[in-house]
Design a protein around this ligand. Structure first.
Ligand code: AR6
Length: 219
């Protein structure tokens, strides 16, 4: 059973939705605390702990975001977990994405979409965040990853999207700065989506994200 988190102290602008955000059956696959914020009267942001490979809202117009690398053929971390859960068809679909230059299917900051195959979510949006210590402008690259993922989602009639903490694993992005870029970019470009979720694997990143959401979205 999922733990309910009091909303009264966490909700942002817009109409209150009650005292608790009940993580209902739609999110049954993802376990962990979830807190909802309002970005506009029609768009919510949800910050939760959990495994993004288990996440789905409606199985038709939803997408999880894969923090990939430029080759776009799988890897470790969340990318590895997503490929394992989606099955081999996902790798086949990724191979079909044209190379924009040798070995590069998805340049840093860009986003590409494939079906979700055996995942509960219907689509995967692959994006490549910056390698923090070698990117010339990691903040701009990370912002591009979020913005291009949201734009691609809208172009494909996706209404629900789940992001992990892009670049916060192998790519070494400091959590607090990443959370600021992630939440402010989502706030700016989420119009037309119903729910934007952050599904965070570890307690420490979840805490940083939750605090940043309160700082940026509460008046
Ligand atoms: N659900 C949600 N978040 C997860 C999961 C999961 N199942 N598994 C890991 N995370 P990383 P990056 C978190 O390293 O830094 C890959 O090899 C993880 O704890 O997956 O963008 C790619 O192929 C961390 O907070 O992605 C690239 O080569 C966050 O997801 C490279 O890593 C991102 O960590 C990309 O590095």
């Amino acid at each position: 059973a999922l733990k309910l988190t009091p909303l009264s102290s966490a909700i942002g602008g817009g109409a209150p939705r009650g005292n608790y955000f009940a993580t209902d059956k739609r999110m049954a696959g993802v376990s962990g605390d979830a807190v909802q914020f309002s970005l506009s009267p029609t768009t919510s942001l949800v910050v939760q702990k959990g495994d993004i490979t288990k996440w789905s809202i409606d199985g038709a117009s939803d997408a999880i975001v894969n923090p990939a690398n430029e080759r776009m053929l799988g890897g470790g971390g969340a990318d590895g977990a997503i490929h394992r859960a989606a099955g081999p068809m996902l790798l086949e679909a990724c191979y079909k994405a044209p190379e924009v230059r040798p070995g590069v299917r998805c340049p840093t900051g860009d986003a590409k979409i494939t079906p979700g195959f055996e995942l509960p979510a219907s689509h995967v949006i692959h994006t490549v965040g910056p390698i923090y210590y070698s990117d010339a402008n990691p903040q701009e690259s990370l912002r591009n990853s979020y913005r291009n993922s949201l734009t691609l989602a809208k172009e494909n009639d996706i209404k629900y999207i789940a992001f992990p903490a892009i670049s916060c694993g192998v790519y070494g992005y400091p959590y607090d700065e990443a959370a600021g870029v992630a939440i402010s970019t989502v706030k700016e470009f989420s119009d037309g989506l119903k729910e934007v979720h952050f599904v965070l694997f570890s307690e420490d990143i979840y805490s940083v994200w939750l605090q940043k959401a309160k700082d940026l979205l509460q008046k």
